[in-house]
Every structure is written in C-alpha cells, then in structure tokens.
Design a protein around this ligand. Sequence first.
Ligand code: DX5
Ligand code: ZN
Length: 212
Amino acid sequence: MKTIISPSILSADFANLEKEIKKIEPYTNWVHIDVMDGHFVPNISIGVPVVKSLRKITNMFLDIHLMIENPIKYIDAFSDAGADLITFHYEASKENTIKTIEKIKENNKKVGLSIKPKTDPSEIKDFINLVDLILIMTVEPGFGGQKFMDDCAKKITEIKNYSNNDNLIIQVDGGINDKTAKICTDLGANCLVAGNYIYNSANIEKAIKSLI
Ligand code: DX5
Ligand code: ZN
C-alpha cells in the first residue's frame, strides 16, 4: 500500500484555514483534523462547525481525530459535517467501543481506533479486525510539536500481528518528521500524520515528499 500523508492542520494558521488547506492539496489527498475537548486532553481545538466549513472548500479526505470524552455522542454530528474517516480513542470509550464502531459504520464513514502511548495494543486486539484504521499515538495527545516517543513505534509490529486485514491502515501521529517517518514505515505504518514538520517548514511540497 502506498504511504498516505495526512497533514495536521493543528499547526496551520487558524485564521486562514482555506488558504492553509490549498497549500497541501496539490501534494496529498488527506487532511488530519484534531478535535480536542479540554477533558480527554488538556487542550481545546476544532469542532463540528469548522469541519462543516472545511467540507465546503475542499474535496480532500477529511481524517477526523477525535480526542474527546464520550465520542459516540458526536458521531452523527461529525458525519453530517462531512467527515470521511472518524477515529476515536479506545481510552475514551472502553465500555462503548463496539457501539461506537457500529455507529460510525451506520453513518457510512471509515472507522479508526486510536491508542495513547501508555495503552498496550493487546487491549484492542478484539477490535482491530472491525476497523479500517488503527492510530498509534507517538506523543501524548493534546499538542503539536512534541517529541516522537521511540517506544511507541514497536506497537506497529504488534498491531500488524493481530490483524488479518491486508488493507488495514496503520497510522502514526506525533513527532513525525523525515527521520521518524522512516522508522515507522520500515515497521509497517502506511499512514503518517504530521503537523509541525509540514506547516512550519519553508517548503511544504518538499516536506510532504520527504515523508513518502
Ligand atoms: C496531537 C495531535 C496531532 C498533532 C501532531 O495530539 O493528535 O495530530 O497535530 O503534531 P506534530 O506532527 O507537530 O507532532
Ligand atoms: Zn491527531
């Protein structure tokens, strides 16, 4: 599978989101949108209305990363707003994991399940074959520009071992640059999220291409 690059607009200029999306559009199909609620993570970012507005200005694949408590409550709203993929955190929905997966599927969206750095892949092994994407966080979620946690990369191999789906997308998010991207793709990751590395680079085209 070709490596998918999903630039995170968390590091973009929020006063000019349309312009910021147009900067990446020629070089990749995906855009990563970080939704934070100030409870599951100690930060607040983008919500449903922004996703709805972005849907109007781009045909890019909207990769929504929910870092929120009780994600099941918001699946319909993000679906209606125009999400293509909705990823939620296992830690935020332990007792509702299956129900949340089903709810996303009912909305005809791709499903992603994410784990934080301290969560072991064995905890989600029963769900891996029910979803389209597993997101392995390589920083504590909440902020862009943090340092890649090397220890988390080995989870890529573990997830692959639990999976019987050749089309499973294994996404990594946090501290991705040209060097850490290589570590992850060598281990089998096929989708890379990068915020700071792409949006704070002098040449966005070069930055995106250096990850592939
Ligand atoms: C962090 C977010 C990431 C963030 C990554 O909680 O989930 O998507 O934007 O930022 P960088 O690439 O700067 O580590
Ligand atoms: Zn993210």
